[in-house]
Design a protein around this ligand. Sequence first.
Ligand code: PMP
Length: 350
Amino acid sequence: MSVRIRSDLDELPAYVAGRTVPGSIKLASNEVSGGPLPSVVDAITNAAHEVHRYPDMAATELVATLSERLEVPTERIAVGCGSVALCQQIVQATCGPGDEVVFPWRSFEAYPILTRVAGAEEVRVPLTGEHALDLEGMLAAITPATRVVFVCTPNNPTGTSLRGEELEDFLRRVPSEVVVVLDEAYREFVTDPEAPDGVELTRQWDNVVSMRTFSKAYGLAGLRVGYAVGNPEITTALRKVYIPFSVSAVAQRAAVASLGATAELERRCAEVAAERSRVRDALLELGYEVPPTQANFVWLPLGERSGAFDEHCAAAKVVVRAFGGSGVRITIGKREENDAMLSAAASFEG
Ligand code: PMP
C-alpha cells in the first residue's frame, strides 16, 4: 500500500529553477552577477558565530532597520524566508478549497503552485499584446470567491512595469476585502519615475501588501530573506503561518548590513539599468522584439522558437531561461557576460 498523498497534487509540477551549468555564464535566474555587496560579506562571516542558536523569530533588528528606512511602524512589517514564502503565507492565511487567486499569466512561476498547494483555484489572466499586465482583465476576473490578486510589477518574466496612476485606478475598483499583493521583487532596479511605489500605496489601502526581497538587487538570493509591508491585520496573519525560524540569523544580519550599504546598492542598480538599456538596444538592433523592461532582465517573446534559442545560447556557454513555447528571459549580467549573450543572439538563425 502506498502512502496517501492529496490526489489534487497529482498533476502539480514542482517549481523548476534556472539551470546552473559549470563553465557556462548563468543569465537564467535574475540574480546579480556581482555577488553580495562587499560590505555585507563581513556581516555574514561574523554571523557564523551565532549559528548554534536558533534565530530571532521576530527578526527584531531587521524589522527595526526596515521600519526606520521605510518610515513604516514595525507592526506593519513581516519578514519571510524569501518573498516567495511570504507569497505562500498570504495565500495560506486567506484561502481554503474553492477560494480563488487571480494572477497575470505569464508571471512568476510560483503563483499557480502555491495557489494549488493551498487547495485554492487559479484564475490566470493573460497579459496584453504588449506583454504587460491587463488590469481591466484582472478586475473582470474577480468574483465573490476571490481572496487574493497578485500584481507583479515589474512583471517576471516580461519586465514590464505598471504606471502608478493605472495601479491606483485599479486599487480603487478592487473590493476592499480582497488582498492585493504587490510583488515588487525587482523594485530596486526601477528607473521610471511614473512607476508605482508599493510601500507608499500600503499607507493608503488597507488591503494592499507590498512584498520585497533581498534576493535580487541586494545579491542575497542564497540566504533567503524578504519582507512584506501592509496593515497589521495582514502582517499578523503572515506571522501566524510563518514556518518557525525559517529566516536564519545569518540572513537577518546580512539583510541589516545590506540596508546600510545604500551607496553600493545605488551604484549597482545604476550599472544594471545602464546595461539593461544597452542590451535591449542591441537586441532591438538585431531585429528581436523586446518589451520595455524595468527589471534586471529582458524578455524575448520568441514563441515556438524559444527552445531553439535556449539551446543555441547553451551551446555558446550562456544559460538563459526559456518558458516553453512562449519566450526567453535573459538576466542582465556583467558587461562581458551580456556581450557573450549578444554574440549568441546575433548568430541565432532559428
Ligand atoms: N517574486 C518574483 C516576481 C520573483 O521573480 C521572485 C524570484 N524569482 C520572487 C518573488 C521570490 O524571490 P525570493 O523568494 O528569492 O525573495
